[in-house]
Design a protein around this ligand. Structure first.
Ligand SMILES: C[S@@+](CC[C@H](N)C(=O)[O-])C[C@H]1O[C@@H](n2cnc3c(N)ncnc32)[C@H](O)[C@@H]1O
Length: 218
């Protein structure tokens, strides 16, 4: 816990001072983070990501859901990288008029469908298998969210540009990511090219912390 808090201290200091992160934080990631769907399938099958459903792992989902709901009553939401549907648990109390969760892991989507079977309504609440880098859907959404997955989806600006046509007027992109050196680089890339609507860091008592923000392309 003490180590995590020390890391958080450095990462918070690095939010707007890149040199702090680059000097004092050891980067565990070497190069881009790309894992094929098969990797995620076996992780979901092994139950590795069951922990993401635990209450103290989802504060960032709750905050993002609240921010999204402030922009639109009963928001229409597209979630990329939905996995087992953990974010749906947080947006559901806001009674989204439309929710579409997409993940390229067929195993993750299957588990979401089974876990949330009582909530599924075709055309209203759906989970679909698709590659989040290039998923195409002919619908408008009040929010397009990327909880804890933007680092796996390639160039973040190209990603938002791909989905820009799916944002309804006044709509927002929403991102959450684990607070860390590589995610901080993504944050700075996006911050330079977007209008940030809201930004926050949310911490759990056990030492975990996530960045949460909503934005629009400039
Ligand atoms: C750390 S998990 C986060 C799951 C969920 N969003 C959450 O917050 O609990 C990352 C997710 O991104 C998905 N993912 C990674 N690359 C993807 C891609 N190219 N297209 C769609 N989903 C992808 C993985 O399958 C996995 O479900």
């Amino acid at each position: 816990m003490a180590y995590l808090r020390w890391r958080r201290f450095l990462e918070l200091a690095a939010l707007d001072r890149p040199w702090v992160g680059e000097t004092f934080i050891r980067d565990r990631h070497k190069g881009p983070t790309v894992s094929p769907a098969e990797h995620w399938n076996s992780e979901y099958q092994a139950g590795t990501y069951r922990r993401l459903l635990l209450s103290d792992q989802r504060h960032h989902h709750r905050l993002l859901a609240g921010l999204v709901a402030e922009h639109a009553d009963q928001p229409r939401v597209l979630e990329i990288g939905c996995g087992e549907g953990a974010f749906y648990d947080s947006i559901r109390p806001f009674r989204p008029a439309r929710y579409l969760g997409v993940d390229f892991s067929a195993q993750g989507v299957d588990m979401a469908r089974r876990r949330l079977a009582d909530n599924l309504r075709p055309g209203v609440v759906d989970f679909e298998v698709g590659d989040g880098k290039r998923y195409a859907v002919d619908e408008q959404f009040d929010a397009i969210v990327f909880p804890e997955c933007v680092e796996y989806l390639g160039d973040p600006i190209a990603l938002l540009e791909h989905y820009a046509g799916n944002l309804a007027p006044g709509g927002v992109f929403g991102v959450t990511q684990w607070l860390g050196l590589t995610p901080l680089r993504i944050w700075r890339t996006l911050k330079a090219r977007t209008e940030i609507v809201d930004e926050a860091v949310v911490s759990a008592a056990w030492g975990g912390a996530w960045q949460v923000w909503t934005c629009r392309l400039r």
